[in-house]
Design a protein around this ligand. Structure first.
Ligand code: DOR
Length: 444
């Protein structure tokens, strides 16, 4: 008889065949069998009756602040928040201090992550005018998911705004290049429109045209260079037709907060806690993003987890930093949209796991299939609870969703066959590992 290290028994499982009852047998951290395994020998059994067993959620945009701003977050606390929220792997952003722009900085992050991160991880390399010549080497280092370019400045010092430099970055590499798309020249011109003490002017300063013009330009340059793009946190209705005309070239991300919150309500309710870049905008942009999700134009949902301390957020706008945490609330906020009928569970699985794997070529993750890593986000679609600041493990200890009741909660986070979170409690020591990518397997 077959024997397994772990059998997840009695759950409803999201496999490439659809969502249906199935047991999953796991051995050596990989999925070994899918089907009725009621009589199989198992060293451990996870009773999943009444639960849904989904491919491990991959959050492909988080800022964990280490090194340099560990008072906001660090790799340990950020990844603890991730697994408490049902996330099994993250891509971490390069706008740390110092920024992740060199081999030494990547090595440093990998050394800090070892034995401290609770989920699996990869790091982005930041593009700067000074390192464009080195990007083709840097993007292929082990543990690296790709290059990120800030086309408009946001938190931190990273910026790549001149056309020549953007084109050089696009030509200097082959993996999918991720961009923060806001036009720096326009942001500078309009800076005076950010009215002191009035965060409602944030989307006036960083307006629709700043996003549209930047996305138009970077798509044009990417086409010229023949380079694949990933446009992070798209926020405007106006960018969507441009992206629709570039499906061969560009993939699209949006965030739970841009799908859930809207101006002016979010600014009136949350003040500068709702301030982020690119901004939360009026309801018609949110509606357009939902349409883009339904029609398949949005490929991926990432949280853009960007924690800042309360004391920083409580300064006077625009001295306040942009960004909000989200890695811990990503799953429940999106499952609540599933519950409300705005998203199917199949679409949730693709947007939060399979698509990241497909787009970035993550080796052995993103689906429940034999031979794949045994990463699971186990959820209770009927659990109803209130999101509360007290639950947030992130060092910032707040969430823009405080007080919101959601239906659909993660109940376990399983990574490579090991249960890391169960019923809201951490149950294993930190054992996250670097992700591997099909385009750079030889370097891992
Ligand atoms: O709001 C944001 N915060 N947008 C970004 O692009 C960066 C992020 C951060 O790191 O705080």
């Amino acid at each position: 008889m077959d024997s397994y290290d772990l059998v997840i028994r009695g759950g409803t499982c999201a496999t490439p065949n659809g969502i249906a009852p199935a047991d999953v047998g796991i051995k050596y951290g990989r999925i070994q069998a899918i089907g009725p395994l009621g009589h199989a020998k198992a060293a451990a059994v996870f009773e999943a009756k009444g639960l849904h067993v989904l491919p491990g959620v991959i959050d492909s945009q988080v800022h964990f602040r280490e090194p340099g701003n560990e008072h906001k977050e660090d790799l340990e606390s950020g990844s603890r928040a991730a697994v408490l929220g049902g996330v099994t792997a993250v891509f971490e952003m390069p706008n740390t201090h110092p920024p992740t722009t060199s081999r030494a900085a990547i090595d440093d992050k990998l050394a800090r992550a070892a034995n401290r991160m609770h989920c699996d991880y990869a790091f982005y390399v930041g593009a700067t005018p000074a390192n464009v010549g080195a990007l083709s080497l840097l993007e292929r280092l082990p543990g690296v998911c790709g290059v990120k370019a800030f086309l408009g400045s946001s938190t931190g010092t990273l910026l790549l705004d001149h056309e020549d430099a953007i084109l050089a970055a696009l030509k200097g590499g082959t993996r999918r290049l991720a961009v923060h798309s806001e036009d720096e020249a326009r942001l500078r011109e309009r800076r005076n429109l950010a009215a002191r003490g009035d965060v409602r002017t944030h989307p006036v300063w960083r307006d629709v045209e700043a996003a549209r013009a930047s996305t138009e330009r970077v798509l044009r340059l990417a086409r010229k260079a023949g380079r694949r793009l990933h446009v992070l946190h798209v926020t405007t209705a106006e960018e969507l037709p441009l992206l629709m005309d570039a499906r061969d070239l560009a993939t699209v991300e949006t965030t739970p907060q841009h799908l859930t919150l809207a101006a002016p309500d979010c600014y009136e309710r949350l003040g500068t806690y709702a301030q982020m870049n690119p901004p939360i905008r009026e309801p018609h942009h949110r509606d357009a993003l939902w349409k883009a999700v339904r029609e398949g134009l949005v490929d991926v949902i990432g949280s853009d987890h960007a924690p800042h301390a309360r004391a920083e957020k409580e300064k006077i706008y625009p001295d306040t930093p942009s960004g909000m945490p989200g890695v811990q609330t990503l799953v429940t906020v999106l499952l609540d949209h599933v519950h409300a009928g705005r998203l199917t569970l199949e679409r949730f699985v693709d947007l939060t796991s399979t698509a990241a794997s497909r787009i970035f070529g993550i080796a052995g993750k993103g689906r429940i299939a034999v031979g794949y890593d045994a990463d699971f986000t186990v959820v209770d679609l009927n659990a109803r609870r209130r999101i509360e600041n007290a639950w947030i493990a992130s060092k910032c200890a707040w969430t823009p969703f405080d007080g919101m009741e959601t239906t659909g909660w993660p109940v376990a986070t399983i990574i490579r066959g090991q249960t890391i979170m169960r019923d809201g409690t951490m149950v294993a020591a930190a054992s996250g590992r670097p992700l591997r990518f099909v385009e750079t397997l030889s370097s891992t």
